[in-house]
Design a protein around this ligand. Structure first.
Ligand code: ADP
Length: 399
C-alpha cells in the first residue's frame, strides 16, 4: 500500500507542492504536483498536474494562506484533494533551521514559534514557510506535519569549516557562521553512493556538486558533511544562475559608499548577477545556444562557472585526503554533460577520468560516468528533495 505524503515548499512569492509515495523509489513520479505563483500580485496563478493532465487557473492571490487554500480547492475539484486522499503526513521544506534544528522535527505550536524566531536569519524564506505551515496545519489539523531543514545536514560542520574569521563577539551576537543550504539534496545524494560503490557509507569520502539555478558543493566524509560552499546565506560559494557566489566583501562597502542602497546591492547580488549578470541568461540551454553562436559574454560566463567549480573541487580534495566519489546532481549537474566534462578535464594525475560515452548517455537514473580505471568514481545522481522530505515525514510519523 502506498504511503502518500503532501510536500510543501513555500517560497517568498510561490508555493510548490507534490503528493507522492513516501516509500517510492528514488525516481518515483509524484501522484500530483503543482505550483502557486505570483502570490501578492493581481495576476496570480495555480498550476496543477495530475496523471499527464495540466490544469491552470489565473486569480489574484493575496497571501500564502489564500494561495494554499485555492490550491487545495483546485486539487479537490479534480478528486486529488488532501482530504480526499489517504495522506499519512505533510512535509514542509524550511530553508533555515539556524542553530536550533539539526534534524527534521514534528511541528507543534512551539516548533512553529521557533521557526518564526529564525526569520531574522532568513528574512526572505522563513516568513513564507511559517505562513505555509500555519495554513496547512489549519486546513489539515489531523495530519502530522514535519519540518525538514535545508541547513540540517550541515549543522555539525567542523568548527574550522563553520566559523568565519570574523570578530568573535560580533559573530556570536548576530548568529553569523556558515550554515550551508541544499542539505536535503546533498544528504539524499551522498546516501546513494554506498550502493553504487559497494562500500559502507562510513568508509566513503565524497564531493557532491548540486548545480541547479542555485548551486552548492559539499565535502562529505563517512556520511558526515565536513564542508560546504554556501554560507550564512545561500549567496555564498559557486557562481549561480543569478547570484554572485563568493565575492570580496569589500565590494559591498565600495558600492554602498558609491551611493547604492543596501537593498539595491542585495538585489544586484542575488538576482542580477551570476550567469545572468555576465551574459544575460541563466538557463544553460540558452547559454549553450549563445555559445554555439560564439557570444563572448556567454563564453566568459561559462568559463567563470567552470573555473569556480574546479577551484572548489581542488579545495575540497586536499582536506578530504582521498576522494572515493564525485557526484553531480540537480538541473545542470544531471543534464549538462559538457559542464561535467570540463570540470573534470585533465585530472588523470588525481585519479579522475571521465568516460565520454558514459558521460553523454543520459539515462535519467543514478549512473557511473568515469572510466573503469578511474580511481575516483564519478556519478550522476538525480536528486529528489521532495521524496527525501516525504521519507523524513513518514519516518517521524511512524516513530
Ligand atoms: P532550481 O531547483 O534551483 O530552480 P534546477 O535543479 O531545476 O534548479 O535546475 C534548473 C537549471 O538547470 C536551469 O536553469 C538550467 O540551467 C538547467 N537545466 C535543466 N534541464 C536542463 C537541460 N535539459 N539542459 C540544459 N540545462 C538544463
Amino acid at each position: 500500500m502506498t504511503k502518500l505524503a503532501l510536500v510543501l515548499n513555500s517560497g517568498s512569492s510561490s508555493i510548490k507542492f507534490q503528493i507522492l509515495d513516501a516509500e517510492g523509489d528514488t525516481d518515483t513520479e509524484p501522484l500530483i504536483s503543482g505550483l502557486v505563483e505570483r502570490i501578492g500580485e493581481d495576476n496570480g496563478a495555480i498550476v496543477l498536474k495530475v496523471g499527464g493532465e495540466k490544469y491552470e487557473i489565473e486569480t489574484p492571490i493575496a497571501d500564502h494562506t489564500e494561495g494554499l487554500s485555492k490550491a487545495f480547492d483546485l486539487m479537490t475539484e479534480h478528486n486529488v484533494g488532501p482530504t480526499q486522499l489517504d495522506l499519512v503526513a505533510v512535509g514542509h521544506r524550511v530553508v533555515h533551521g539556524g542553530q536550533l534544528f539539526s534534524t527534521p522535527v514534528l511541528i507543534d505550536d512551539q516548533i512553529q514559534g521557533m521557526i518564526e524566531d529564525l526569520i531574522p536569519l532568513a528574512p526572505l524564506h522563513n516568513p513564507a514557510h511559517v505562513a505555509g505551515i500555519k495554513t496547512a496545519r489549519e486546513i489539515l489539523p489531523n495530519l502530522p506535519h514535519v519540518a525538514v531543514f535545508d541547513t540540517g545536514f550541515f549543522y555539525d560542520l567542523p568548527p574550522a569549516a563553520a566559523v568565519y574569521a570574523l570578530n568573535k563577539e560580533v559573530a556570536s551576537e548576530h548568529g553569523v557562521r556558515r550554515y550551508g543550504f541544499h542539505g536535503t539534496s546533498h544528504e539524499f545524494v551522498s546516501k546513494q553512493t554506498p550502493a553504487l560503490l559497494g562500500k559502507d557509507l562510513s568508509e566513503i569520502n565524497q564531493i557532491t556538486f548540486h548545480l541547479g539555478n542555485g548551486a552548492s558543493v559539499s565535502a562529505v566524509s563517512g556520511g558526515r558533511a565536513v564542508d560546504t560552499s554556501m554560507g550564512m546565506t545561500p549567496l555564498a560559494g559557486l557562481m549561480m544562475g543569478t547570484r554572485t557566489g563568493d565575492i570580496d566583501p569589500g565590494v559591498v562597502f565600495h558600492l554602498y559608499r558609491n551611493g547604492l542602497s543596501i537593498d539595491e546591492i542585495d538585489t544586484i547580488f542575488n538576482k542580477k548577477s551570476g550567469l545572468k549578470g555576465i551574459c544575460g541568461a541563466n538557463d544553460f540551454r540558452e547559454i549553450n545556444r549563445m555559445i554555439a553562436d560564439d557570444d563572448p559574454d556567454a563564453w566568459l560566463a561559462y568559463n567563470i562557472y567552470i573555473h569556480q567549480l574546479r577551484r572548489y573541487l581542488g579545495s575540497y580534495m586536499i582536506p578530504l585526503g582521498h576522494v572515493d566519489a564525485i557526484n553531480f546532481t540537480a538541473g545542470v549537474g544531471e543534464n549538462v554533460a559538457q559542464v561535467r566534462a570540463d570540470v573534470l578535464k585533465d585530472l588523470e594525475a588525481y585519479g579522475i577520468k571521465i568516460d565520454p560515452e558514459r558521460n553523454e548517455n543520459n539515462t535519467g537514473e543514478a549512473r557511473l560516468i568515469s572510466t573503469d580505471d578511474s580511481t575516483v568514481k564519478v556519478f550522476v545522481i538525480p536528486t529528489n528533495e521532495e521524496l527525501a522530505i516525504a521519507q523524513y515525514a513518514l519516518e517521524l510519523t511512524e516513530k
